[in-house]
Design a protein around this ligand. Structure first.
Ligand code: DON
Length: 304
């Protein structure tokens, strides 16, 4: 497969001018990002990677971080994690509060904000220094030490993150949050502020395409069973109320973030990351989704 040729075609065919969405502005610092940014990186093996555009430029990964925190929580809790969070698509926006009351404070899945905040509670409860350990986890699976939180983004979200604070309070009132609210949201705002490039994200997500092992050195990070579960959740819940559309158009397990990033994987084959900060109405990268649709169409390969 000539991946570089396929990527060159996508880069030539597509432009930010073709999409009408908006850059996220509810986190004030994100509104400053240049809407013209566009990059993509495919990682198939240690010396086998392909890219175009701003693929090496770091951006705020936002909800993509939920895949890393879920991985860490599964390492610690195993299957007992599923007593605290469910595994069904929500069909509602990522920041919705409405299902919690009828469902006893058990969030539908770990990728909507409600579920990710329960995962944050678990990590804050179980780890001595969760922010440090999350950085160590991401640095280990990428083999890159220069990955860090973007403090401007974290404090910007803190200044406007009332819905997330409300979600933690509400879930706590319903009995599914153990720790204090402040350290949970502080950890959550930091995880969302992680700054990574498409290249680094594609490399990190290779563990989900490689049955839980780091490709470069064979180090086992997650059990194959854990990877099966995480990939299934990315497929069914990775794009919130647009998960069906992403499966339909792209046909890969993946995860998006309001920074405009999307990462997707093909088991035993590759991982691919794309970044364009212009979002559609569901909060997913509009150009990113189109680029991935072209990618699986031009390669003729998806999980279906
Ligand atoms: O909690 C929030 O609203 C953001 N920090 C993350 C949301 C997000 O990335 C949704 N993804 N498409």
């Amino acid at each position: 497969m000539d991946y570089q040729k396929i990527l060159d075609t996508i880069y030539k065919e597509m432009s930010y001018r073709d999409v009408k969405g908006k850059v996220a502005s509810y986190i004030p610092e994100l509104a400053k990002i240049d809407r013209r940014k566009f990059g993509m990186h495919v990682y198939c093996g240690t010396n086998d990677h392909f890219h175009f555009g701003a693929s090496d430029e770091k951006f705020s990964i936002q909800s993509i971080s939920k895949v890393f925190t879920l991985s860490m929580a599964m390492q610690i809790m195993g299957e007992s994690l599923w007593d605290r969070v469910s595994v069904e698509p929500s069909g509602d926006p990522f920041n919705s509060l409405t299902q919690l009351e009828k469902e006893s404070g058990i969030p539908r899945n770990p990728f909507i904000n409600a579920g990710a905040l329960v995962i944050s509670d678990i990590l804050v409860d179980q780890l001595k220094d969760p922010k440090k350990e999350l950085l160590e986890f991401v640095r280990k699976i990428t083999g890159e030490d220069d990955i860090d939180y973007d403090m401007n983004i974290a404090s910007s979200e803190k200044s406007t993150g009332y819905r997330n604070v409300a979600l933690v309070n509400y879930i706590k009132a319903l009995g599914n949050i153990k720790c204090d609210v402040e350290p949970i949201v502080d950890f959550y705002f930091h995880q969302c502020s992680l700054a990574m490039s498409c290249r680094q994200l594609a490399k990190a997500f290779m563990i989900f395409a490689n049955r839980g092992k780091i490709l470069e050195n064979g180090t086992k990070i997650l059990k194959p069973k854990t990877v099966k579960r995480i990939n299934a959740l990315m497929q069914t819940c990775g794009f919130y109320d647009e998960a069906g559309e992403f499966s339909f158009q792209v046909g890969l397990p993946g995860k998006s973030g309001v920074g405009g990033g999307i990462v997707a994987i093909h088991p035993d084959n590759y991982s691919v990351a794309v970044w364009s900060p212009i979002l559609n109405e569901k909060g997913n990268s509009e150009l990113g989704m189109k680029a991935l649709e072209r990618f699986t169409t031009l390669t003729g390969v998806s999980v279906f």
